[in-house]
Design a protein around this ligand. Structure first.
Ligand code: IVH
Length: 679
C-alpha cells in the first residue's frame, strides 16, 4: 500500500487521539511542539495527496474554508427554549405541574445553564455531517466548517453510537479566550465584545474558519435526540455521549426531590463565580424519558425541564457626571461617572451609557441615583433610575451637539445611534488614536514609543500624522519630559527622554521601515480595515499604487470585502492629506509593495490567469486559492467575461455554473487544475 496513505491514516488517528486527551479529558499526552510538528507533517502530506485526506482530519481544526453565505436548513426537531423561573415558589409550581404526569417521586437532573449559543450537531455513522445554529428554532444556519475548528467537538465518534442521531449543546467562549480576544481587539482599535456570549455568537458566523479557530471556542453537549434511542434516562444518554467522545458537563447531578434541586442551585449561586466560563442559571430536567414523553411540550417549551435564572447583581449609586469620549474613528461615547460602589467583587466608578438612544431611554437627570448591574458584561450597565431620589427641579442630561475635544458640530449617521466628530485631521483624540494605532504591535511595532510617549510627542507638536515619526531626530527628542498624572489604576510617573530612550525610539522607527507592506496598510488605520482585510487587499493588489487606483468594483471582488470596507478604502485614498502622507512614507523608505518569498517561489504556470473557485473540494478552498496565487494566477470572487478558469468542485451553485457556461468559460475540475500546475 502507498506509504503516504499509511502515514496519513496513522497521523489522523494519533492526532485526533491527542486532541481528545487534551481538550476533553484535560490530560495532555504530548508537548505542543511535538503536536505541531506532527500536524505540519500531516498537512503537507495531505497537500501532496489530497485524495487520502480523511473527513475527520485534525488539519480542519485550524480552519481555512471561507463561507460567504450560510445555508439555512429546517431542524428535524424544533429547537425550543426553556421556561424561566426566578424564585423557589416558581420552581415549586413547575414541580407540581410535572407531578400530574408522574406516578411517584420525580428524579431530576440538574445542569448548569451555559451562557453561549445553542448548537445542533448531526452525526451519521459516527461522522459529524452537519452543525446548525438555533436560528428561529424552526430553521437555522449550517456552520459545519466553523464548528469543526472547535477541538472539543468530535468529528468522528468511537464506541457503540446510534447510526443516526442529533446532539445539542452550547458553544461558549471561556473567559481566557474572551480576555485574550478583547485585548487583541483593543490593541487593534477594534470594538471589544461586550460579553463572552456575543463573542461566541459573532465568531460562529465568521466567514473565515481560520479566524474561528483562533477564537478558541469550547462546547458542552447536553441533549441527545433521535428515533428509538436505547436509553431510559437523560443521565444515561448523556453519560453514553461522553463514551462516544463528546465533552459533556462535569457539574451535572442527579437530584431526588426538590430539596436536593434547591441545594444544587444554592451551591452554584456562589460557586459560579469560580468557573472559567459564564453561566446564567441552572437547568432542571426530568431524568426519565417516559416522564418526558408523558409531559411533552407546550408551544414554546418542554414541560419536563425549566431553567432557574440567577439574578444579576445590582446596586444603587449616585451619578456624578456624564462625560463624552471621542474614539479613533470619531465615534462619541457617553460615559457616566459614578460614586464608587462595590459590585460583584470589584469597585465600579464608571458605566458606559453607549449612545444617545440609550441615554435618552434612561432619561437620566443631574444628581440621579441609578441602579448599576453587572450581567454577562464586563463593563457595568446603568439599568434604571431610582426616581424616589430625584429632585423636583432636576435638569435632564441631553446629548451634546459639539465635539468635547475640538468643538466641531457632531453628525449622526442616518439609521445609526452613534454621533460622530468628522474633524478627523484636527481633532486631538482622533489624531492620537491613529498615531497609537500605527505604532501598535500588530501594526508597525514601534514599541519603544508606547506607554504615553506618543501623546507626549503630540503635545510637543512633534508628530501630527504618522509620517512625522520619520522626521524625528536625536536633537528633537533629547531632554523632553512629561509628568503623567495618577489614575485609579496607576501612580503618577514622569517620562523623560534620555540618551538611551531616544536611541531606542530612533532604532525602532528605523526598523519599522522594513515592516511588510501588509502591516503598513493595516497600520494606516483605514476605517473598517482590520489586520486580515489589510492582508487580503495587499495580496490582491500587490502594491500601494494599485490600491490607490482600485475601483469599488475591483475591491468588492476580494474575499470578505463588502460594501462598507470598499467605500472606506476609496474614501481614504480620495483624501489629499492621506495621499501627501503616503508620499512622505514612501520617501522615508517604508515598504510599499508585497514581497514575495523567493525561496519557495513556484513556476509562473498560471501567469495572469483569473480564477473563480467554487464548490467543495477534497482540500480546503483557501489552500486551492493559495496555490493559484503561488503559481502566478489571480483569485476573483465573481464570474465575468474576464474570468479565465472556473475551478468547479462538488455542490457548485447551479446559477454560477450556468453563468460560466453561458459565457463559454473554461470550467475545470480539481484534477485538471493539478495537471495545469504539474502536480
Ligand atoms: S436543554 C428543550 N440544557 O438554554 C430544551 N439548554 O432557554 C433543550 N442552555 O436553547 C435545552 N445550558 O441554548 C439545556 N444544560 C442546558 C443548557 C441549555 C444552556 C441554553 C440552550 C437553550 C436555552 C434554553
Amino acid at each position: 500500500m502507498n506509504e503516504h496513505k499509511l502515514r496519513i491514516d496513522e497521523l489522523t488517528v494519533l492526532l485526533n487521539q491527542y486532541n481528545y486527551q487534551y481538550y476533553i479529558l484535560d490530560k495532555p499526552q504530548v508537548s505542543d511542539y511535538e503536536f505541531d510538528m506532527l500536524l505540519k507533517e500531516l498537512a503537507s502530506l495531505e497537500k501532496a495527496n489530497p485524495e487520502y485526506m480523511h473527513v475527520d482530519s485534525p488539519t480542519q481544526r485550524v480552519g481555512g474554508t471561507i463561507t460567504k453565505l450560510f445555508p439555512t436548513v429546517k431542524h428535524q426537531y424544533p429547537m425550543l427554549s426553556l421556561g424561566n423561573t426566578y424564585n423557589q415558589g416558581e420552581l415549586v409550581d413547575f414541580h407540581n405541574r410535572l407531578m400530574e404526569f408522574a406516578n411517584n417521586e420525580i428524579e431530576y437532573v440538574c445542569e448548569l445553564k451555559y451562557d453561549g449559543v445553542a448548537i445542533s450537531l448531526i452525526y451519521e455513522n459516527g461522522i459529524l455531517v452537519r452543525a446548525v445554529t438555533r436560528g428561529d428554532g424552526v430553521q437555522g444556519d449550517v456552520v459545519t466548517n466553523n464548528v469543526k475548528t472547535i477541538y472539543s467537538i468530535p468529528m468522528r465518534l468511537s464506541g457503540d453510537f446510534p447510526e443516526k442521531f442529533e446532539i445539542r449543546g452550547e458553544i461558549f467562549m471561556p473567559h481566557r479566550s474572551f480576555e485574550r480576544l478583547n485585548s487583541e481587539r483593543i490593541e487593534n482599535n477594534e470594538e471589544p465584545f461586550a460579553n463572552p456570549r456575543n463573542a461566541a455568537s459573532g465568531s460562529l458566523k465568521l466567514q473565515d474558519s481560520a479566524l474561528v479557530s483562533k477564537r478558541k471556542l469550547d462546547c458542552f453537549l447536553y441533549y441527545v435526540l433521535g428515533e428509538n434511542l436505547p436509553f431510559k434516562t437523560h443521565y444515561e444518554a448523556v453519560s453514553k455521549a461522553a463514551e462516544w467522545g463528546f465533552k459533556v458537563p462535569k457539574e451535572t447531578k442527579v437530584c431526588k426531590g426538590m430539596d436536593e434541586v434547591w441545594k444544587f442551585i444554592d451551591f452554584w449561586d456562589h460557586e459560579r463565580h469560580n468557573l472559567p466560563f459564564d453561566i446564567d442559571g441552572v437547568v432542571i430536567k426530568a431524568n426519565s424519558f417516559d416522564l418526558q414523553k408523558a409531559a411533552g411540550f407546550t408551544a414554546k417549551n418542554p414541560r419536563w425541564a425549566i431553567s432557574y435564572k440567577y439574578k444579576a447583581e445590582r446596586v444603587a449609586t449616585k451619578l456624578l457626571s456624564v462625560v463624552y469620549q471621542v474614539g479613533r474613528t470619531g465615534i462619541i461615547t457617553p460615559v457616566a461617572n459614578l460614586e464608587p460602589v462595590s459590585l460583584s467583587g470589584s469597585i465600579v466608578r464608571r458605566a458606559s451609557l453607549h449612545n444617545a438612544d440609550i441615554m435618552e431611554s434612561l432619561d437620566i437627570h443631574h444628581d440621579d441615583v441609578v441602579f448599576v448591574e453587572k450581567g454577562g458584561e464586563i463593563i457595568p450597565k446603568i439599568i434604571a433610575v431610582d426616581l424616589s431620589h430625584r429632585q423636583a427641579n432636576a435638569q435632564k442630561y441631553s446629548f451634546i451637539d459639539k465635539c468635547p475635544e475640538c468643538g466641531s458640530k457632531l453628525l449622526r449617521v442616518e439609521g445609526e445611534s452613534a454621533y460622530f466628530c468628522l474633524n478627523e485631521s484636527a481633532c486631538p483624540p482622533q489624531i492620537k488614536g491613529k498615531l497609537e494605532h500605527f505604532i501598535g504591535r500588530k501594526a508597525m511595532n514601534i514599541d519603544s514609543l508606547g506607554e504615553g510617549k506618543v501623546e507626549m510627542l503630540f503635545d510637543h507638536n512633534l508628530v501630527h500624522n504618522v509620517a512625522d515619526f520619520y522626521d524625528l531626530s536625536y536633537d528633537k527628542l533629547i531632554g523632553l519630559e512629561k509628568i503623567i498624572p495618577a489614575t485609579d489604576e496607576k501612580m503618577e510617573r514622569t517620562i523623560s527622554f534620555r540618551e538611551k530612550t531616544v536611541e531606542n525610539i530612533l532604532n525602532a522607527i528605523e526598523n519599522s521601515k522594513s515592516v511588510p507592506f501588509e502591516r503598513l496598510l493595516f497600520a494606516l488605520g483605514i476605517k473598517n480595515v482590520g489586520e486580515t482585510i489589510a492582508q487580503k487587499i495587499a495580496h490582491h493588489f500587490g502594491n500601494i499604487q494599485n490600491i490607490m487606483n482600485a475601483t469599488y468594483e475591483s475591491l468588492i471582488m476580494i474575499d470578505d470585502v463588502g460594501d462598507q470596507i470598499a467605500k472606506s478604502v476609496i474614501d481614504y485614498f480620495s483624501d489629499l492629506n492621506n495621499m501627501i502622507m503616503i508620499d512622505r512614507l514612501k520617501a522615508a523608505g517604508l515598504q510599499m509593495e508585497v514581497k514575495i518569498d523567493t525561496s519557495e517561489q513556484k513556476p509562473n504556470l498560471l501567469q495572469g490567469k483569473a480564477f473563480v473557485v467554487s464548490g467543495v473540494f477534497s482540500i480546503s478552498r483557501d489552500v486551492l486559492k493559495k496555490m493559484i496565487v503561488d503559481y502566478g494566477g489571480k483569485n476573483t470572487s465573481s464570474i465575468s467575461s474576464k474570468t479565465d478558469f472556473v475551478l468547479a468542485g462538488d455542490k457548485m451553485g447551479p446559477e454560477k455554473f450556468k453563468k460560466a457556461q453561458t459565457l463559454k468559460l473554461n470550467i475545470i475540475s480539481e484534477e485538471e487544475f493539478y495537471k495545469m500546475i504539474n502536480l
